[in-house]
Design a binder for this molecule. Structure first.
Ligand SMILES: Nc1ncnc2c1ncn2[C@@H]1O[C@H](COP(=O)(O)OP(=O)(O)OP(=O)(O)O)[C@@H](O)[C@H]1O
Length: 267
């Protein structure tokens, strides 16, 4: 009998993905109060990862420590293998209120990160215009923040983060300040950007539905001190229309499953 052929080609090899951010043994105390306890997490490059958990479990604290805006009490964050000691050009933080400069035009706001880096004006404006168009705001370059809707301001904040060409975008509840319609549109934009730009997105949300809809993986944190309770990789279809996806059994089951897990933290 002929020897059996090696079976190594029968299954596709798993993609080898590098972790762009690694969190090791991270704890945070505010005075005597422990907000986070011994967090270990991997964030693979090019994925969209959401941080979900009960109010006050330390989601923003974790995001800020990854951003280098807040110092851990113990443990470390590594970005591309290097220990984080502060903010760096490979990470961009999109604040909840988008932190736009009210006296500056959309163009200047989007180009601001590049201005801080000393990029020449013509070059930074060209880059800013490209990202303004990418987030659907072409034609609004000379407007001021007060002339824009909440959803549009949100896009300016995102364009600014994209313009500095950071590999990792850290977003603190990017969808919280807008109506449901704008929120859904923005979720589509985010999925599009992830496909086109291959950035890594780490974002905080309060919405289970939103997390399941946009994420490659969801980190569920437990109540204080926040610890990693579960990591979920939603197995939902990505090729249907948004409505079809939201009606899909796997989507609904994943939402239900996470809600079951979170219920224990609700008083
Ligand atoms: N600067 C600070 N000083 C003292 N305590 C703080 C500080 N920042 C946050 N905390 C506390 O640490 C805990 C975690 O806060 P954090 O904002 O990270 O939680 P969160 O999960 O993002 O909350 P939420 O979902 O309500 O936005 C909370 O109990 C909060 O009150």
């Amino acid at each position: 009998m002929p020897a059996a052929l090696p079976r190594i080609h029968e299954r596709p090899m798993p993609a080898i993905r590098d972790n762009i951010v690694e969190v090791r043994g991270l704890s945070k105390f505010y005075g005597g109060f422990q907000a986070l306890k011994e967090i270990d997490l991997d964030f693979p490059e090019g994925e969209l990862i959401s941080l979900l958990g009960p109010s006050g479990c330390g989601k923003t604290t974790l995001l800020k420590m990854i951003a280098g805006l807040l110092e851990p009490s113990a443990g470390q964050v590594f970005v591309k293998g290097k220990a984080v000691t502060g903010p760096g050009p490979e990470r961009a933080f999109v604040f909840q209120d988008f932190a736009l400069m009210p006296w500056a035009t959309v163009l200047r706001n989007v180009a601001f990160g590049l201005e801080l880096r000393g990029t020449p004006k013509a070059e930074r404006h060209e880059t800013a215009r490209r990202y303004i168009a990418e987030v659907g705001l072409a034609g609004f370059e000379e407007r001021y923040p007060h002339e824009l809707s909440g959803g549009m301001r949100q896009r300016v904040g995102l364009a600014r983060a994209l313009a500095v060409n950071a590999d990792v975008l850290l977003m603190d509840e990017p969808f919280s300040a807008v109506d449901e319609q704008t929120r859904r549109k923005f979720q589509e934009d985010l999925l599009h950007l992830r496909r086109v730009q291959r950035k890594t997105f780490i974002f905080v949300t309060h919405s289970i539905e939103e997390a399941v809809y946009v994420s490659d993986r969801i980190v569920l944190l437990s109540r204080r001190p926040g610890r990693v309770s579960r990591i979920i990789e939603p197995d939902i279809p990505r090729d249907g229309t948004p409505d079809e996806i939201r009606r899909d059994r796997r989507y609904l089951d994943t939402v239900e499953d996470i809600w079951d897990g979170l219920k224990q933290f609700v008083d």
